[in-house]
Ligand binder design. Structure first.
Ligand code: ZN
Length: 142
């Protein structure tokens, strides 16, 4: 592997690909959204359970490459327990990180995806679950 690829596939990404967190269908969700990335073949669904303005629970299921799966897994960990506004703020910071437009220290573990910025085709993989989360957030089913 080249060092750039090594940077892309950091161990945290490989771990979350092997053992994704919150990888399940949510029976009683407030909202859900699907994400499809035909360029790579990634396909996933994100479920949210809102408690007022707070993301009480979040899960995902689907299939895709290591980047898309690990990113979805870390996304669920990042937004769980956060308010709608906080979740949207994390989305913006993460999007900035993978597109090479910043992304600060507050991203913590998500900084493992900074290498994605050098692989434009991978940006869609890394942001797929995040876009689905954001559209689920925008859906008000109750
Ligand atoms: Zn992918």
């Amino acid at each position: 592997m080249s060092s750039e690829l090594e940077e892309l596939y950091q161990s945290i990404i490989l771990d979350h690909n092997r053992r994704p967190q919150n990888f399940r269908v949510m029976a009683e969700s407030s909202a859900h959204a699907e994400g499809v990335n035909p360029m790579c073949g990634d396909q996933l669904t994100v479920w949210l359970k809102m408690n007022g303005d707070v993301v009480e629970d979040v899960s995902f299921q689907g299939s895709g490459c290591a980047i898309s799966k690990a990113s979805a897994s870390l996304m669920t960990q990042s937004v769980k327990g956060k308010s709608r506004a906080e979740a949207e703020k994390i989305f913006d910071a993460f999007h900035g990180l993978v597109t090479g437009h910043g992304g600060g220290e507050e991203l913590g573990k998500l900084k493992a995806f900074s290498g994605v910025a050098r692989f434009p085709l991978r940006v869609k993989c890394a942001t797929l679950a995040w876009h689905a989360m954001k559209s689920a957030l925008a859906t008000r089913e109750g």
